[in-house]
Every structure is written in C-alpha cells, then in structure tokens.
Design a protein around this ligand. Sequence first.
Ligand SMILES: [Zn+2]
Length: 445
Amino acid sequence: MKPLLLLLLFVSSHAFAGWQAGAAKADITPTESVPLAGYGGKTRMSQRIEHAIWLKALALKDDSGATSVLVTADLVGLSDKMIAVIAKNALEKHGVMRERLILNTSHNHSCPVTEDVLWLYYEFTPEEAAAKDRYTAMVYAKYDEVIGQAIAALAPAALAFEQGLAGVAVNRRRSRGPESRALGGQVDQDVPVITVKAGTDLKAIVFGYSCHTTALGGLSINGDYAGFAQLVLEKTFPGAVAMFVQNCGGDANPLPRIRGKDVEATELAGMYGKILSEAVRQVVVGTMKPLSGRIRAAMGETELLLQPGIPLDELKQRVPNLTGMPKREFEHFIRQYETLGSPPDRVKYPVQVWQFGTDLTFIALTGETVVDYSLKFKGTYGWNTTWVCGYNNDLTSYIPSLRVLNEGGYEGVSGMFEYGHRAPYTETVEERITTKVEELVRTTK
Ligand SMILES: [Zn+2]
C-alpha cells in the first residue's frame, strides 16, 4: 500500500489544479468619418458602418497564479509606439507581464487608421489627421478597458483545443498575372480553435485562420470575413465572445474577390465569414482535447538583417521625379541618411511562445508572416499540438520565408519600402526567426 500512496501523493501534488478564465469585448467602431487603413494611395474616408468592430480579450490564470492575456482586434495592425503604450498600461494597471500579453490584429483592411501604423501610406489633411488622432485615443482607452474587464471576469473554467479546416484562403502570389502562376501555391487552411467553458456555458471561442482580411476594400467600417465569422459565432453561441486570430496569412487572400460593387462584395465577404464560422462551429460541437497544464510564457527578440539600400545621391537624384507614396518613401530614406548616417541595416523582431502544459505550443510571430512559417513550425512541433500566428506586435513588414524572398515579388521584396525599410531582408531571415523560435520553445517545454 505504501508505494501506491506515495505515488498518489506525487501525482496529486503535480496535478493541474485548473484554470480561471475571463473574456471581454470593447466596441471600437468610430463615431465619425475617419481615414480608412490598409490600402495605400488616395486617402479614403469612411462613409458608413457595415457592422461594429471590436477589441476582444481573454485572460487566463493558471494554478501558478500567473495571468496571461490574449487581445485580438479588428484592426490592420499595431505599431511599436502603440505596443509600448498598451503594454505599459497592461503592466502598470493590470499587472500583466509583457511575455504574458499577446496582441494580435486581424489585419482588417476595413478599419480606421491608428497612430503611425503604415504611416508612409497616407498624406492627411489636418482635419483627417485630427480624426485619426481622436480615434487612436479611443482605441488606447479601449485596450486598457478590455484587458481590465477580462481580468475582472476571471472565474473557474475549462479549456479545450481542436482544429477544423476551411477552404477560403488562396495563395495570392498565384493570382497576379500569368507569370506568377509558376509560384508556389502553399496555403494553410487549418482553423485552430480554443474553447473556454464554465460548466456547460461557452464563455469564449478563440479561432484562427491564415488569410488576409481583404475580401472588402470599399468605404464601410467592418471586420471583413473575420468580422462576419465572429458575428455568426456570437449569434450561434449566445454569451460567448468569439475572437479571431490572424495566423500566417501574409501571402494568402480570400478569393475570388469583387471590387467596385459594394453590395456583391459584402455579400461574398459574408459568405467567407459563414464558411469559416461553420468550420469553427463543427469543432466546438465536436470532441475537443482538454488543455490541462500551466502556460509557460517566453518572449525574445532577434534581428532581421536588411540588404544594402539605395545610395543617398541616387535617392536625391530620383526623388524630384516621384509623387505620392514612392516620394514619401525616398524622402524618409534621405532623412535617415541625414539624421542617422544611413537607413538602419536591421529590424528588431520579437517572438513569443505560450506552452500550454504538454498539450499546445502557441507561437506568436511579428509582422505579415507568410504561410511557410506556419507549415514549418507545425511540421517541427506537431500538426495537432501547434498554433502559429503572425500579425502580433509591430506590423513591421511582410516576413518572407527564404523561398518567398528568392521568388521575389511583393511579399518581402518590392513591398519593403512601404514599411520604411531600406531593402529586402538578407537570405538569413528564415534561419534567424527559426533559431529564435526553437530557443523559446526549448525554454517553455
Ligand atoms: Zn498585408
């Protein structure tokens, strides 16, 4: 009897004592006409609200007492400046450590511009800039509010994880003319889902997908297909907060799309939302694996190196012939030569990992991460036990894999100037990210 008793004591002292979870949502729909984000070129002022847009937070407290908070947003992205403000408030007002705060955005292209996100895209009049600043102030206040409310709502809960599939994402590099058809068509159509239940009550559904939220590009405020999916899920499961996480959708679009016909385009975006929400619903009503272990959280940073930029005299020579965004990009590089000696040769790249017991490895990458990263890390750490998301932290640029970098094209090569970077990354980009991910996963396993 004695050895058995000892064994039981050993097991019970190490058994996971359970979760406390709290979910909250905050409406960030603008109350006036504001500049719309996501597409460069002429400033587009919002003209109507298709549906409300939201910040949503899930607070998770395990039996170690540590509280981790995931915030999702129907926004195009966040900047370093925004992250610093939000993270400082989360720490000082709510005690959330930086490595335990994951800030994901859906990369919504039908939301307002905030702060300095993608600032080279826009040239605002003073009135437009003032509207943007009023909206930004509201968004900061709502981040603070929603994190506080999720923590205040902490109560005993059970978590579970499973994945579905949805066929909306198409590799967008294949859709840009006949010459691009030879490029890789990789997509990740997995729909990872975490449910949070108190007894039989569903409190939160966190679901992800790897695909740009670019079904729409008109003048209305909405959450694109991800907004529609969240709406359907919250209607299907009353009382639950449905949270969309953008995964590695850097090189995927919802296709086909309709441009120039708002009613038809909105209907199609709604259909994509319906497809995604149905994939989630089937997972939620099916058998899911319990998540029963503490969250071990780690955050680290690597540097992504940039190729040489355009020399100063060449920039100066070419700038008089440019207009619009290319002109702003070149002027930005000239200013960097003048103030910093040269445009920076590297970009900092944060990575976060949350390890849920032995059940799930949640890898949060920065920027517009292409699908190869999702496929790669799921291949390494397990297809059914790994969730990889991009679009956390600063919307620093597209993050190409070595394959995408070598193929050329928009994601990671011609798109780099728009983010204020002097040139594409060097061929070390994928290796540097992989090394950092491996290091952090090792420390949390
Ligand atoms: Zn994008």
